[in-house]
Write a protein that binds this ligand. Structure first.
Ligand code: MN
Length: 260
């Protein structure tokens, strides 16, 4: 019997105000919208998962939501409000959505507690770190001493602009079959203090944390990348393998859930 594809919930945290979009004739009127890049859906589908876009729900309902999913992708989005990790806002902090932060942090914690495989991308990796007790640099250009690389590129997302050295023996090095990965870069924030449950497995040449994974992958499948892997699938199979590994972990979780 062929199992149905695992349900992979994808968070979305980018709010578009009514004025952010150009109105088209016969189109929808101006409204507040939640936006999620289509590439996330393509990446999950191509890897064999069934993508489910997650609406933010109250923290009380997160458990109910999580109980029906097999895995979670924490997607990219705006800056996290620093109150989430006990810091005061830095002058270069970008726009934030504290209500969506609360949902995503609760989602990440519930997913980790329940043993769902979590793939964090860009902001999503930062959310995972903060959800588990870590902190962030709010603005690399003004807070990162070793800063030489441009981490917020102006070129299209499929274009790699810097490299990440991934650790020998790390899970991500095995999955991507690379010691050096070419990545895009669309962030001005980064992990500062690492959460206890995570290990750093990739850094750019200036030392910025670009990849993390679970301290114990056999217990908890957690993987975070600071780049937008979903937008680089055309660059070769390495980026796709991240999603394939995640969906494969989701299948295992679904089997465990069915057996429980
Ligand atoms: Mn970067």
């Amino acid at each position: 019997m062929v199992s149905p594809p695992p349900l992979v919930g994808i968070s979305t945290s980018e709010v578009r105000s009514p004025g952010d979009r150009e109105l088209v004739s016969q189109g929808e009127p101006a409204r507040t919208e939640l936006a999620l890049g289509e590439r996330y859906l393509d990446a999950v589908r191509a890897a064999g998962g069934m993508p489910v876009i997650l609406a933010p729900v109250s923290p009380d309902s997160v458990e109910t939501l999580i109980g029906r999913l097999d895995a979670v992708v924490l997607s990219g989005g705006p800056d996290l409000h620093p109150s989430a990790y006990g810091a005061i806002p830095h002058p270069q902090l970008g726009p934030t959505e504290p209500d969506l932060d609360s949902f995503e942090l609760a989602l990440a914690r519930a997913a980790v507690t329940r043993g769902l495989p979590v793939l964090g991308i860009c902001r999503g990796m930062q959310v995972l770190n903060v959800a588990l007790g870590g902190t962030l640099y709010q603005d690399l250009p003004s807070q990162w001493e070793g800063g030489v690389l441009k981490h917020r590129q102006d070129t299209p997302k499929w274009q790699p602009t810097h490299e990440v050295e991934v650790g020998d023996g790390s899970y991500i090095a095995r999955v991507m079959d690379r010691g050096m990965v070419k990545v895009n870069s669309y962030h001005h924030q980064a992990i500062r203090d690492l959460a206890d449950g995570l290990v750093v497995t990739g850094r750019s040449s200036d030392g910025v944390i670009e990849a993390v994974e679970s301290r114990d992958l056999s217990q908890r499948w957690l993987l975070g990348v600071q780049w937008h892997a979903e937008a680089m699938r055309g660059a070769g199979p390495q980026q796709e393998r991240l999603f394939e590994a995640h969906v494969s972990a989701a299948e295992h979780h679904a089997l465990r859930r069915a057996a429980a």
